[in-house]
Design a protein. Structure first.
Length: 257
């Protein structure tokens, strides 16, 4: 009778051990779903990060760099409003001979595609491979300029008043070739307005000296007064005026419209 007690204790101890093991095994799977949920929470957070990578584009009219193709230059101008492309147009495109037909067929389609896609990720038009490639390259250039122009405005953040008091900067437009020589315009912009305009290049030599000295000061004044390239040509200086306006528009594009 005395030996029965150790046996009972052994049986009870064994039963307790088995019960403990069973309990541990029953608890372990319950911890896995929690781990799985924690692991499953990471992908959504990671998936959200690329969304913040898109850069806004600044409003205004922006002309991309001319892209030279085998059949001629292609240059795209964008109109942006509310951070979206509202209009796209090719200010330069291949012309002459068969290029006229290809351009007239492809450019309108490319313009529509740019507005629809809101990016340079557009399909080439069938039969206009070179024109399409040049268009996309110039379009990307215009978008890059628009994003660069939007940069300072975004960085103002809480300091909206400081953004309006932007420091004066000088921008030189591209050279515009005319029948009588190149014209190149430099402008000073402050607070979103043209405060000074000057021709750093203008036709010279012979009669051109007189025409330049008469027309350029008037064109400079008109650019400051208008705040844009929508200025009238000076009488007797048609070519110089046209070149001046073209280079002025280029400078405005570089300044962010």
């Amino acid at each position: 009778m005395r030996k029965s007690h150790p046996v009972r204790r052994t049986v009870l101890a064994t039963a307790a051990t088995v019960s403990g093991i069973v309990l541990l095994l029953s608890l372990k799977p319950a911890s896995d779903p929690g781990a799985a949920q924690a692991a499953g929470g990471a992908p959504p957070a990671a998936a959200q990060s690329p969304q913040g990578g898109s850069q806004p584009i600044g409003d205004g009219t922006i002309t991309g760099d001319a892209s030279n193709t085998e059949y001629g230059a292609v240059q795209v101008r964008l109109t942006v409003s509310g951070g979206k492309i509202t209009k796209a147009e090719a200010v330069q495109a291949p012309k002459g001979g068969q290029s006229d037909q290809i351009t007239s067929n492809s450019v309108p389609k490319l313009n529509q595609a740019a507005v629809a896609a809101q990016s340079a990720d557009i399909d080439a038009v069938s039969g206009a491979t070179y024109t399409s490639a040049g268009y996309k390259k110039s379009l990307q250039s215009a978008l890059d300029k628009a994003r660069a122009a939007a940069g300072p405005a975004d960085s103002s953040g809480s300091g909206g008043g400081d953004a309006g008091e932007a420091q004066a900067r000088t921008v030189t437009g591209d050279v515009a070739q005319t029948q009588y020589g190149p014209v190149q315009v430099r402008i000073t912009v402050s607070g979103g307005k043209i405060t000074q305009a000057e021709a750093v290049q203008a036709p010279k030599g012979g009669q051109s000296d007189q025409i330049t000295s008469n027309s350029v000061p008037k064109l400079n004044q008109a650019a400051v007064a208008a705040g844009s390239s929508e200025i009238d040509a000076v009488s007797g200086a048609t070519y110089t005026s046209a070149g001046y306006k073209q280079s002025l528009q280029s400078a405005l594009d570089k300044a962010g419209g």
